[in-house]
Design a protein around this ligand. Sequence first.
Ligand SMILES: C[S@@+](CC[C@H](N)C(=O)[O-])C[C@H]1O[C@@H](n2cnc3c(N)ncnc32)[C@H](O)[C@@H]1O
Length: 330
Amino acid sequence: MEHHRPVMPVEALDQLLGHRSMDRNSARGGIFVDATLGLGGHTESILEASPEARVIGIDRDAEAIALAERRLARNAERFTAVHSDYRRIKEILQGIGIESVAGILADLGISSYQLDTTERGFSFRRSSDVESGIETPAPLDMRMDRTQSLTAADLVNTLGERELADLIFKYGEERASRRIARMIVASRAKSKITTTDQLANLVIRAVHQKGHWRIHPATKTFQALRIAVNRELEGLDRFVADAVDLLEPDGRLVVITFHSLEDRIIKQALRFQSGQCQCSPNQPVCICGAVRRVEVLTRKAIQPGEDEIRSNPRARSAKLRACRKLTTGQ
Ligand SMILES: C[S@@+](CC[C@H](N)C(=O)[O-])C[C@H]1O[C@@H](n2cnc3c(N)ncnc32)[C@H](O)[C@@H]1O
């Protein structure tokens, strides 16, 4: 199996470990948290770049944890995996007796492994049995944490037409959301929608797209459902605040996002942590209480170079933002 290729590994390390991360003797040591361990690509590069680093890797996907543990076996004594949600980062670190850390990395979204494992139901492709070549439809699942009960099929078969349209519009930024919701409701009245192809075909019919397309017409609808099933945007700003609380002075927080909805939340949360008032301009006095706790290190988000995009097209929409915790009074 091909390893999930970490996105912007050099840029992420430079921000997390300080600018000389490629020099093993000068890279910062200490405890780091990889809040989205995935298949351990970024963790592996931290452990290799800094012999003095220890990494706590969190993921809500138990399968990813098992694969990362295998990949990182060589450095097992400097690595601890935790199956949990990064939004519980404070509780997790407290549980293992850690008060502060040198750096936190969050590479949001789903991994290529999750997307490519068709039976997880994140993609429109069917799974095919290698030996028989027989294709079977994939269940409409999309749970990152398979111990959770809510699946994409539950949402598609139970939400009202209006709620479905709003969800597809808000999280997928899909202009045809109303037509798609109408088609879903009409179709499920005949029989339940249980597979990814059923949904993908419905969306194709709803948007009247035939033949060759550059991006599959169901991309936005699938993104919207995935975000809703996994509640991906909820608590992201709280996570940034908690991460800043946990950083030691000069500690770094690095966040990689993959779509504008996530990036907007991270950008605003970092601005707030850097003391920029977030009140509306017609508010006579500040009520948001912004206090300068960090220096934002990326005035503009860092994006992958052309070479990386060519060799890993999924990196195309990635944006990296980082900040450094200030010592009080700095
Ligand atoms: C883009 S991948 C990370 C890939 C990783 N950096 C690597 O190099 O292999 C994102 C991972 O974050 C996990 N994830 C997403 N939301 C999470 C959450 N709220 N808590 C913990 N893990 C989460 C997903 O299960 C997925 O494995």
